[in-house]
Design a protein around this ligand. Structure first.
Ligand code: PLP
Length: 402
């Protein structure tokens, strides 16, 4: 049986066409894109083409609006730190309680090291942003508002175009961490007010260690990494040419196939989800009507997610416990806590994240194995046994609602 990989929000397989596009840039075309000879100029032309492919995927107005970085984390750091440097008299950040650690740990560090105040806007039980609280958090001291386009744990989509307008009304810049959304949902940045957007190659079948920061023309910017004049002086250091070529190819594939592929992925995800829900005493977390087509976060009541993941892994199935960065910490996910997921479900949440590499056979494999795993674990779960006992004794039924 081939292994089943349902952890595509952690990372995706690099597409073979992406690998093929990259290979010459490790060997024959090894030149430095900044060199003033043929070795360099050929490579510089390929880098230009990759930027154009990314521009097309994002619907950006100009190709020079994209700065290549080492990934989503660097892009997020660049955006926030630059805004604090360039927005005179403004020293506050507005973000959400459900961002990735690539934002949250930065703002925590900024609070501790520079006394920067951050407002963390909350979400409701479906993971939807509290828009009124966001409006109230924005003010004359806000340098930047940063809200993710899609949550990595639940797939919930945020109304970033509307949020950008609101940030501008308060005189602040707007950034979105779109690492999970780019390649899965369409963007047309030229028709939005988004000033900065972060993306990462390895989430869209590109290579790891390469990403991009979209920087709307005219947005003030202070580089995070200083050095040579690369990337129009916005990011020093010799370009990661094979990575850039790979990201360009991944963007080209995503642009060409997004509608058809994401419809297929959504159908597979829905089939998987409906099958799993038949097991009973489990529910889908997040905004089910407004989420990424590939993500399903399912909470199994009275179970430990770690145990489920372990059993799935032994059966050759890879899924994830909330976010990859949180797993192993034994701390319930900050995203699910912000959503006030009840204690009985909080620890049993499993994220299944699909991609174009998945097939119906993968879905059938999980649906064949998971019911038995859940039944076995519930038979061993003291809180499940307690629940069964209460259900069998109607006089104690009030305890179930606690
Ligand atoms: N932002 C989000 C929403 C993510 O899901 C991730 C990775 O999981 C990142 C940022 C970090 O991206 P990278 O791995 O490219 O640094």
């Amino acid at each position: 049986m081939r292994p089943v990989y349902f952890d595509n929000n952690a990372t995706t397989r690099t597409d073979p066409a992406v690998v093929a596009a990259m290979l010459p840039y490790f060997s024959e075309q090894f030149g430095n894109a900044s060199s003033a000879h043929a070795f360099g100029s050929e490579v510089a032309g390929a880098v230009r083409q990759a930027r154009k492919s990314l521009q097309a995927l994002l619907g950006a107005a100009f190709d020079n609006e994209i700065v290549f970085t080492s990934g989503g984390t660097e892009s997020n750091n660049s955006a926030i730190l630059s805004a604090l440097d360039t927005q005179d008299d403004r020293d506050e950040i507005v973000t959400t309680a459900v961002e990735h650690p690539a934002i949250l740990s930065l703002v925590e560090y900024l609070a501790a090291s520079r006394g920067i105040k951050t407002h963390f806007v909350g979400v409701d039980a479906q993971g939807r942003l509290d828009i009124e609280a966001y409006r109230c958090a924005l003010g004359s001291r806000t340098a930047i508002a940063s809200v993710m386009s899609a949550n990595n744990e639940t797939g919930t989509l945020f109304p970033v175009e509307q949020l950008a307008v609101m940030a501008h009304d308060a005189g602040a810049l707007f950034h979105t961490d779109a690492v999970q959304a780019v390649g899965k949902v369409p963007f047309d940045l030229k028709s939005t007010g988004i000033d900065m957007l972060s993306l990462s190659g390895h989430k869209l079948h590109g290579p790891k260690g390469i990403g991009g920061l979209y920087l709307r023309k005219g947005t003030p910017f202070n580089p995070l990494i200083r050095g040579g004049p690369q990337e129009r002086r916005r990011r020093g250091g010799t370009e990661n040419v094979p990575g850039i070529i790979g990201l360009g190819k991944a963007a080209e594939l995503a642009t060409a196939r997004m509608d058809e592929e994401q419809a297929r992925v959504r159908a597979l995800r829905d089939r998987l989800e409906q099958g799993i829900l038949q097991i009973g005493n489990c529910c889908v977390l997040g905004d089910v009507d407004n989420r990424l087509p590939n993500t399903s976060n399912i909470a199994f009541e009275h179970l430990e997610g770690e145990a489920i993941i372990h059993h799935l892994d032994r059966a050759g199935i890879a899924a994830s416990l909330g976010s990859a960065c949180a797993s192993g910490s034994m701390e319930p996910s900050h995203v699910l806590r912000a959503m006030n997921v009840p204690m009985t479900a909080l620890r049993g949440a499993i994220r299944f994240s699909l991609s174009r590499d998945n097939t119906i056979d993968d879905v059938v494999c999980v649906l064949n194995l998971l019911p038995e795993i859940i039944a076995k674990l519930r038979a061993l779960s003291p809180s499940w046994q307690e629940r069964a006992h209460i259900t069998a004794n109607p006089s104690r039924s009030a305890e179930l609602t606690l």
